[in-house]
Design a protein around this ligand. Structure first.
Ligand SMILES: [Zn+2]
Length: 618
């Protein structure tokens, strides 16, 4: 007994020492507990006691177009793989965003306000749950269990529900575009994440912060009128039974075709015929495995282009890429090609990891929002659709393949999508076309919060700056500093370790430190933990060289141009590593025997806050 106590004491001491020595970044006390409990490791790997929960969903849903009502019945098997006995199960009812008195980050179209999600029955096993054990609050439904769910056990739950879908105008990321064209996310009672860091996730869906979901399996049946086509997360199971032979053979041809196949073309519509065998309502069956969410979209008149592209060169595995769009769209004719080429490039180059799913559909709705294997993207005409298509489909990696908690750390997801979309877009377009987020416009203001501030506590514009602008600038500086090969090695290691799991910030920092073979905390701290801004100045030109001063707090690339008196010019490029030792000046050596006339700092991919000190002579 004494021996046991001593060992435990020693283990705790060693544990705390390891935490301290490995970590110079401030770790919130509640997150530090996960390292003591060994659900996560100090070297950035999932700990020996890492766990996460999962579910299997079997859902039947029906949409009624005239009333805009979606109603459904979900049967869910929930697996408690945590070490805790659960006394309740929490469902998310995202559409309670639309109920009167709901909590919202934005004003909504008054026509979208409803009574929220109606839940006529919840079952545990076969047994209806008594009303006293149900609590519908903010955007959650808590089901108190008469018999708690022990570790290692599963529970069968059932929920019947219904809601009125919002008109797309003035509803975030979804809605009814016209009577027969809807985009349908956040639509079913989904079990909230219960994790080792925060227990039951409790950030309500207010229309701003995005995903945090466990990885689950889905079998979904969606019943719609006979002329309506449904695109969804996963693989369509009953295409042959539903499509007329002509269209089924096109669908089959697309499964192996590099070239875009028009499955539903403008010509087909001009004949006025239907694509489907039935004249009654029909039911689409979709299945998806190990995905963090399920969304669908439908239309009775959209065009459908599809092609495949190799997403894993080692195995030759292909993904089916589709664009579903309004025939009036002026840019969507390109989208299937762009999406296929984009997924191919992302799989090979950046992030340089095989696209993990069998399919991807880009649906012509509005805005830009990602769901697993399905994006809702508006037309971007007269601008190119490349950047938006790449951005939303790149989210497959973060937050989906890597189950990021965007309610806390949106920069672990949006920052990457905002980084990939620039480089992948530029590469596809063959010219600079990607969307630089101009962090310097916001940097150092009181809306520029350290990204470690939990996203759920931010509203716009601070949310966007912390989620997109600052991290995009940080990831550029990181990429330039590590170089493609080393960067790629860190990214692959991070993905191999955390694919299908829930990494949090310290898992990211510590994995990259380990894979880079170098402690990068000096870089992470100013970019992710501190107030401040990035700024460099040309301080002076001396006999020794050009003196660059780090006048801001963030380590950044030193890029610019020297103009000599003889009319020649020279570009220079050094990376953030020159600031590693904490020095505030860096002397740029210059060619002997030449007289410098002008020095200009600056590069579109380097955020430099104060522009006036970038030129010498001042
Ligand atoms: Zn995004």
């Amino acid at each position: 007994m004494l021996f046991y106590k001593k060992t435990l004491f020693l283990a705790l001491v060693l544990c705390s020492i390891a935490t301290l020595s490995a970590q110079s970044l401030y770790m919130p006390r509640n997150l530090a507990k996960a390292y003591d409990r060994q659900t996560r490791s100090n070297d950035g790997r999932p700990g020996p006691k890492y766990w996460q929960n999962r579910a299997e969903y079997r859902i039947n849903a029906t949409v009624d177009l005239p009333t805009r009502e979606l109603s459904g019945r979900a049967e869910v098997k929930y697996f408690n793989q945590s070490p805790d006995t659960l006394t309740m199960v929490r469902f998310k009812l995202a559409h309670d965003l639309y109920r009167k008195n709901g909590q919202r980050a934005y004003d909504l179209n008054p026509a979208a306000i409803t009574d929220g999600v109606l839940v006529p029955q919840v079952r545990v096993g076969e047994k209806p749950v008594d009303a006293k054990n149900l609590r519908q609050h903010s955007t959650f439904l808590d089901v108190r269990l008469d018999e708690p769910l022990p570790p290692g056990q599963s529970l069968d739950l059932g929920v019947d529900w219904a809601y009125i879908a919002p008109p797309a105008q003035g509803a975030p990321r979804e809605g009814v575009y016209d009577s027969a064209t809807w985009f349908v996310p956040y639509w079913y009672p989904q079990i909230a994440v219960y994790d080792d860091l925060h227990g039951w996730a409790d950030a309500p869906y207010n229309g701003l912060q995005e995903m945090y979901n466990d990885f689950s399996d889905y079998e979904v049946r969606i019943t719609v009128p006979a002329d309506v086509m449904v695109w969804a997360t996963g693989i369509w199971q009953n295409a042959e039974a539903m499509l007329k032979p002509d269209f089924y053979s096109r669908y089959q041809r697309a499964q192996t075709s590099e070239a875009v196949v028009q499955i539903f073309s403008p010509k087909d519509y001009s004949y006025g015929g239907s694509f489907f065998k039935t004249t009654e309502t029909h039911t689409f069956v979709y299945r998806a495995e190990q995905v963090p969410d399920f969304a669908f979209a439908f239309s009775s008149y959209y065009l459908w282009d599809a092609a495949t592209t190799v997403v894993d060169s080692a195995t030759g595995r292909r993904a089916l890429v589709s664009a579903a769009y309004n025939p009036k769209s002026q840019d969507y004719y390109e989208v299937c090609r762009v999406a296929a080429d984009g997924l191919n490039l992302m799989s090979r180059w950046l992030p340089g990891y095989p696209y993990p799913y069998p399919a991807m559909t880009v649906f012509n709705g509005s805005g830009g929002m990602e769901f697993p294997m399905l994006c809702n993207d508006g037309s971007t005409h007269p601008n190119s659709p490349i950047s938006l298509t790449v951005h939303e489909s790149s989210h497959t990696y973060f937050p989906f393949m890597m189950g990021i908690n965007e309610q806390y750390y949106a920069w672990m997801d949006e920052g990457w999508a905002a980084f990939f979309d620039v480089l992948v877009t530029d590469s596809l377009a063959g010219k600079p076309l990607g969307r630089l987020r101009n962090y310097h416009d916001f940097a150092g203001t009181d809306m520029d919060m350290p990204p470690m501030t939990p996203s759920r506590h931010l509203s716009n514009p601070a949310y966007r700056v912390a989620a997109y602008n600052r991290p995009q600038a940080a990831y550029f500086a990181l990429y330039q500093m590590l170089g493609h090969e080393r960067f790629h090695r860190c990214m692959v290691e991070y993905m191999n370790r955390w694919k299908g799991k829930h990494p949090q910030p310290f898992d990211f920092f510590n994995t990259w430190n380990a894979a880079a073979g170098e402690n990068l905390d000096w870089f992470w701290k100013p970019w992710f933990f501190d107030w401040g801004y990035p700024d460099l100045a040309v301080a002076d030109v001396t006999a020794k060289g050009i003196v660059i001063e780090k006048t801001g707090s963030m380590p950044m690339s030193v890029v610019g141009e020297i103009e000599y008196q003889d009319g020649t010019k020279e570009r220079f490029r050094h990376h953030a590593a020159v600031w590693k030792t904490g020095n505030s000046t860096f002397v740029l050596p210059v060619a002997k025997g030449k007289t410098i006339q002008k020095v200009t700092l600056g590069d579109p991919q380097v955020s430099d806050t104060l522009r006036e000190n970038n030129i010498w002579p001042r």
